[in-house]
Ligand binder design. Structure first.
Ligand SMILES: [Zn+2]
Length: 313
């Protein structure tokens, strides 16, 4: 039985179920949560995460691909704790987001790959929790020199282990084109790569150009909003791609993260009104009403993420 690494160890792929392609459980830019722990109410923060993951589980979500890196405040013991409490399958990430640590700027590409491979094969920190995905990020302005080093290191780790890469990219500037180009230069297998935040573009021609390179697209950041496509526009883009025959390459997600609660400010303030369930409760029902088949929904939310994580053709 093929298995996928989660924060609670390997899980049979057939048990992953409905899978969200890009989410967070504990997100803290600059790793503030670890550096300034006295600012946070940890009991309330933990309660929030458990509440939102339990709600997602009850709403039919089986697995989340958790794309928090060290520079985003990755905390795998927190993830393991809430996974135990809620029964949610959580796939943790190695890699680096936009705040590439200076130590990576001059590091040999193979040394960068070694670090990612260690987190995939041995584990993250001293926990034994293994990464099941590699995250990289390139945003406004395109791929920076240090971002390129991380991306090339990730491509090498992917080639060595078969572990998939999931990117963050700034779709309005079509930064995904350069990501695909660099992965190709490194000889990375395109069918092990997902170009993420692709739902921030409504340019079907651009998205199709990426797909033609052989990658997956993570159509995440539902429900979207001001300054970015709203959920109706995201649905239209997904539907257009399905109509062009790309359903086997599409995954869906929110990029949601439960809020860290600051001390002295008790109370529950979710960072999104629909949390991990906008797709299940709003966007997917609307897709179905607009003529997308239930089979296509199943493909994007169950079959494709499983294939992405496992590496089966
Ligand atoms: Zn994210």
């Amino acid at each position: 039985m093929p298995t996928v690494e989660t924060v609670l160890g390997p899980v049979e792929a057939s048990r992953l179920g409905f899978t969200l392609s890009h989410e967070h459980v504990s997100l803290s830019m600059g790793n503030d949560a670890r550096h300034y722990p006295w600012r946070f109410d940890w009991e309330a923060t933990r309660t929030n995460a458990i509440r939102e993951l339990s709600e997602a589980k009850a709403g039919g979500v089986g697995t989340i691909i958790e794309l928090t890196t060290p520079d985003l405040g990755r905390d795998v013991t927190f993830m393991r704790d809430v996974a135990r409490e809620t029964g949610m399958h959580i796939v943790a990430a190695t890699g680096i987001w936009r705040d590439v640590p200076r130590s990576f700027w001059a590091r040999e590409l193979d040394d960068i790959a070694d670090i990612f491979v260690h987190e995939i094969e041995i584990g993250i920190e001293e926990t034994g929790i293994k990464a099941g995905v590699i995250k990289v990020a390139n945003d406004v302005g395109g791929v920076t020199p240090e971002g390129e080093r991380v991306l090339r290191g990730a491509a090498r780790a992917c080639k060595r282990t078969g572990t998939p890469i999931s990117t963050h990219h700034w779709a309005p500037e079509q930064v995904g084109r350069r990501q695909v180009e660099l992965f190709a230069l490194e000889g990375a297998p395109m069918d092990r790569i997902a170009i993420g935040h692709s739902g921030d573009s409504t340019d079907v021609g651009y998205l199709e150009a990426l797909l033609k390179a052989g990658v997956y697209l993570s159509m995440d950041r539902y429900p979207g909003g001001p300054g970015r496509p709203n959920w109706e526009q995201r649905n239209e883009t997904v539907k257009a791609l399905i109509e062009r025959g790309w359903v086997e390459r599409l995954m869906l997600g929110h990029d949601h993260a439960p809020t860290h609660v600051l001390k002295g400010r008790p109370g529950y303030t979710p960072s999104s009104p629909t949390r991990y369930l906008h797709l299940s409760t709003v966007a997917i029902p609307a897709m179905l009403a607009s003529g997308v088949s239930a089979e296509d929904i199943h493909t994007m939310t169950v079959d494709v993420p499983k294939r992405f994580l496992l590496g089966e053709a």
